[in-house]
Design a protein around this ligand. Sequence first.
Ligand code: 1GP
Length: 238
Amino acid sequence: MLEHLFELNSKSKDIAVLIDPDKVLIEDLESLIVSINSTKAKFIFVGGSLVHGVGVDECINVIKSYTSLPVILFPGSGLQVSASADALLFLSLISGRNSEFLIGHQVVSAPYIKRQGLESIATGYILVDGGKETTASYVTNTNPIPAEKPQIGAATALAGEMLGMKLIYLDAGSGAIKPISKEFIAAVRNEVALPIIVGGGIKTIQNIERAFSAGANLVVIGTAIENDADFLNTIKHL
Ligand code: 1GP
């Protein structure tokens, strides 16, 4: 079962590093992964809004040759399913009202995922406004939840839980100016018992600690490491 690959519960406080195959050079992966291995990161997420399956496959195979950390797909579309991953977040964009990202891509990719024997975990994916339009919101043609409306976030997450999802992912979008606030995360934490993943615009140790103290169980960091691999040293000391 996925649970033993993706050991996350409502008490966890873990870190995942997000690698977007479109934003990293294959020849740079070795040193990046070796650095990640020396941190407390527990998972490597792979995905992006635009990348296609071939790039994902190659990227995952190279990553796996340098680490024993679980590599989890965080797909931007049904084209990003790779059998080389250890597991996949089976996302439904429950903050949006675009049926393609609520159920369309899932229908197309579900049989392939099953036949590949890929572990999948149902994830209620919630975009929250992070101060600028992100690729995720543009590509999915959906509006994020306003940052100052935590009660909408909490109700959305609760609906996801009641629909049987196993995780909630609160995302301000890659490169967000403002990460999701403590108040927003806490409102969701108060409403659901599910593990909560938080990402988007996390660039300081304070951002990470604030998310954990508000109730996040997994913090995802992508852009901060793409911009400066030394940020990985920060994670070492958490
Ligand atoms: C984006 O949550 C991830 O979907 C990570 O965001 O790239 O801003 O760290 P960043």
